[in-house]
Design a protein around this ligand. Sequence first.
Ligand code: F3S
Length: 394
Amino acid sequence: MELTREEEAVLRGEGGPRKQECMKILVTLGEMYGARKLLPIYSVQLSGISYKTMGSAGTEFLEEMAQEVKFAVPTTINPAGYDVGGPGLVRTSDDFRSKQDRIVKALMTMGAVPTFTCTPYTTDFAPPKGAHLAWAESSAVIYANSVLGAYSNREGAPSALASAVLGKTPDHGLHRQEGRRAQVVVDVDVSKGPIRYTVLGAYLGKLLGRKIPYFRGVRPDLDGLKELGSSMSAWGAVPMMHVEGVTPEAHLQDVRGLERIQVDAGVVGEFQRCLGCDENPQLVAIGCPHCTKGELIQIAKAVKQKGRKLKPGTELWVCSNRQVIQETASAVEVLRQAGAKVIQDTCMVVAPLSDQFPVAAVNSAKASFYMNKKAFSGQKIVFDTTENLIEKYL
Ligand code: F3S
């Protein structure tokens, strides 16, 4: 890789050992993927900041970093393991809280922005079109690339952290036009019935792996794109999608001769059966990824129409971020009056909930994927639409 004089100096250790480590990470990755240089970036999104995912070794590493370095660019962060700045709606042990607090303190010392959300694009920190990013939250990466027209690879925790410290990322993959090309055409046939985007994304994520799809036959709105992308990137590792007539780079694609997949309501409906079981949930959790303003208002409307309070023995969580919650105050009040918990700063996946709620109901295929995983939460999952969950459990 060709490094600038300043970058060479950091690599030699002239900026201190921590910056040197960060530079080594970026240069190693860059060389592995054939990058010629490092690019300046607009922002970083750090994921895995819950103590549930980070553990003690990661916490200590972060604390050591915080003694030496600051973030060089705006660095927004994913949900924590409990509602760190909220009214204390999420029950966790004191031990877990104090460990989580150490992570938050280290991140704040380095200059992180306390967004605590996987949807930084719904906050004041949304990047402009064409911005280069080093984001690590897979659902935000696919949204940024596909919908916002920004450029980010799917970063891991170490590379995103290194980029936050140095304000750079290696110029390869999704940062280059050739890395953003459609690789497979997905023809969606909705003539046999409607298809839920979250389920379609899960089904295709398994099939596509890392391939970039070009969709025909559907026109999702922004919330639909969020659903589709988040489950494709959780069930697979899809970093970007193009949707004909919808996403900003779709018209640049030449799809002649590409592999073609056809899907319809039958095949997607069949797949949906593996997403959940038929048990009684103690928790109904909506908002994976965190609810947008439109989603939150929609949920409040459905709850208001239903016109009664939550059934005893079941909690209803609606997860979103601080800014969206503040900006939808009256919808939030409707939800609170009905007995729902409007949760900020954390989510149903990264909070340690499996002991309290062995069975949880969700509307998101991404949430189903992680909450059901034995190594992660090991919960039993009921999977249904938002409307049906409200109908059944409210
Ligand atoms: Fe966000 Fe948690 Fe889902 S971080 S994408 S709500 S798993």
